[in-house]
Design a protein around this ligand. Sequence first.
Ligand code: F0G
Length: 458
Amino acid sequence: MQHKTIIEPFRIKVVEKIRMTDEAERIAFLKQAQYNPFLLHSSEVLIDLLTDSGTSAMSAEQWSGIMRGDESYAGASSWLRMEAVIKDLTGCPYILPTHQGRAAEHLLYARLGGPGKIFLSNTHFDTTRANIEFSGATAIDIPVPENKQTDLLLPFKGNLDTEALKKQIELLKPENIAGVILTVTNNSGGGQPVSMANAKEVSAICKQHGIRMILDACRIAENAWFIKNQEAGYENKSYKEIAQEMCALADGCVMSAKKDALVNMGGFLALKDLDLALQCRTVLIITEGYATYGGLSGRDMEAIATGLQEVFEPDYLDYRIKSTAYLCNHLHDLGVPVVRPAGGHAVYVDAKQFYPHIPVHQFPGQALVCQLYLKGGIRTCEIGSVMFGKNDENGNLIPAAMELVRLAIPRRVYTQSHLDYVIETFEELLKHRKNTGGFKITYEPPFLRHFTARFEPV
Ligand code: F0G
């Protein structure tokens, strides 16, 4: 029998209490946080969909590993276990542990970047772009054009535009291009997956011109699910084999272990080039820690070694991707404008379409984020003009390309009934859609304003 309910493929052994709140309390909490949910205390939140990063629940195996963690300064057995698992996955001989993804990015892009250098990507994640620009280099996004069509049902809308890649190489000259970064899945591009065919083509173009290809592999297991289930020729390969095949196409990988390694902290850089690895290792030792622990304790490395194997279990990945699709499809059926098809780790709602009467300079995404909190205690993240908007010299808003709200789903943390509760909250929001108003910013810092900006209802 084929059941229609996707049950969580685990039993719950330890629970973490959610403090239940009502709307009256939440009105006060949100006012106190000046209408920016980043400023809420986590105890004031019922369902936290702010990020899928570092928010996974670890397994009994991982928690047992925590006790086995070897805290030796050099050559710890936990390091050797983590190193072996990463070598097996990436095929890279040189592995550098770091405290999280952006530390690995900093080691690599500071070496490869610098003024005059250019990076091309299917979409640079914020910290990737920031590390590149901090080095003085330039980051250019070249996703396939379908990526911006939010309701177009195609399987691999996270792909890199290979025609644009060839044109850029001709225009900019191969010697100026410091790297091509393929981010799987494409987090800043609606969480959409990348096909193996696209990765192969990118790799071939890079090889032809002697350009380095880097994989941002932080959601590579989720990406492998889409390849196995939607790309011809991969039906009979295991998820891990698919991920290994993709890593083999690149010259190196950066990974934030806070996503698909199912841990709360960690990351790594994996490289094939000895000379580059030695340069990065020197800085690793100066800034992160000795070469066999980076910024990690032995117990963290033990948990990563286990998580990076568990994430490829078919039952887990099936549950993971289908629960994200469950939320996405139910919201779509209600009439909520969502980016489709569902990506792996998050559902993105188009707030401009949800609140068409709220002009972009009154931040429809922030309105939705606040309503989700008030009506449901649900914390989400605006990815629109609060995050990416800029002001011109007269202080007028130059809006972002889209006004999205991301509902990122932590791994193994929430059950189907939590997702049903989120869906019900949207039903309520739809009823009050027309009399929901926008916001104005009363304080903003010069950089990354979404974290600490303060707002007032208009
Ligand atoms: N690359 C991608 C694609 C990411 O999504 C992230 C983090 C990083 C790199 C940086 O990793 O946080 O360990 O330093 N994304 C989180 C998010 C923060 O919420 O999407 P980190």
